[in-house]
Write a protein that binds this ligand. Structure first.
Ligand code: PPE
Length: 306
């Protein structure tokens, strides 16, 4: 995967890509003591635009607060400006953006107050996250043998780097079993989310999705919620069981990296007719237009880098 770019923004400066390095003894590397965002910019109607940049930046702050960071050297507006500067400086039109707020210079006694937060923002050109055929054919998923975090163990509202050890376990197992993605259950046994996506179920004219209590408050989830409601579907947040997936008409997953992808099969059971279903397609098409600034009512979601 080509992750190269010209510059990575580090603590206020645009640093040449090959110079954007950290010391081995950075505590974030040893303990996952960092919080991050995953954002995309798209070549929209009037040039490159970052999708829902303010919401992502605010969630970065929320993650930091949840993890316990107390003092930030930057404001939301400064990080928004820095993100746009980074995209502009690299000359990308379509790209993925990864801000990481990490514990630096101290924190070896497992105390957030022992270190200070540093911030870096990288960007690279990242194609289809779930594989080239995912959009056309849908993907095959399994219910993971690993459980999603209990909310009082790992703080699922925060994108803490260390939380992703759970996603690594589930994804590695899933791919080794021959699937494309894992679906994790919450500690009560209901559907939580995938390793990097939220999940929706279509049954009849209704959509169901797990409530945000045990999962990340996905910004794509929120956007899809709005799009589906505007298209006239009733979207219901409620506990979703594993067998509800097996008998669904359609199941699809949503996230910044993955965008909106249908599931063709779960645990060796065909979902619907085994293709990306009509409701998923309809919502997916509006989402694809929205991220590129082609839908007037969602234009405010696109923040032009200028
Ligand atoms: N759940 C999890 C666990 C998650 O990591 C993501 C994003 C979502 C839901 C969807 O959230 P949102 O992007 O706000 O709609 N996963 C990010 C990281 C993936 C990675 O491999 O890293 C992403 O999609 O950018």
């Amino acid at each position: 995967m080509g992750m190269e770019s010209k510059f990575i923004w580090m603590n206020g400066e645009l640093v040449p890509f090959e110079k954007a390095t950290l010391h081995f003894l950075t505590p974030a590397l040893h303990y996952g003591a960092a919080v991050f965002e995953g954002i995309r910019a798209y070549n929209a109607a009037k040039g490159p635009a970052v999708f829902r940049l303010r919401e992502h930046t605010e969630r970065l702050f929320d993650s930091a607060r949840v993890f316990g960071f107390r003092e930030f050297p930057w404001t939301v507006d400064e990080i928004i400006a820095a993100t746009k500067d980074t995209v502009r400086a690299n000359g990308f039109k379509d790209c993925y953006i990864r801000p990481l707020l990490y514990l630096d210079g101290g924190g070896w006694n497992l105390n957030v107050d022992g270190g200070k937060p540093s911030l870096a923002i990288a960007t690279w050109e990242w194609g289809n996250y779930l594989g080239e055929e995912a959009l056309a054919k849908g993907i095959r998923a399994n219910i993971s043998s690993f459980t999603r975090h209990h909310p009082n163990v790992m703080m699922t509202k925060a994108k803490v780097s260390g939380n992703y050890a759970n996603s690594f376990l589930a994804k590695t197992e899933s791919v080794r079993l021959g699937f494309d993605e894992a679906i994790l259950l919450d500690p009560q046994g209901y559907i939580a989310e995938c390793t990097g996506e939220n999940l929706f179920v279509v049954r009849g004219d209704k959509l169901f999705t797990p409530s945000t209590a045990p999962v990340l408050e996905g910004i794509t989830r929120q956007s899809i919620f709005t799009i589906a409601t505007d298209l006239g579907y009733q979207v219901i947040e409620q506990p979703v069981s594993r067998d509800q997936l097996y008998i669904a008409d359609e199941v699809f997953v949503v996230g910044t990296a993955a965008e909106c992808i249908g599931l063709s099969e779960i645990d060796f059971r065909t979902i619907g007719d085994g293709k990306t279903g009509p409701v998923t397609r309809k919502i997916q098409n509006v989402y694809h237009d929205a991220i590129r600034g082609k839908v007037a009512k969602y234009e405010s979601w696109c923040d032009y880098v200028g």
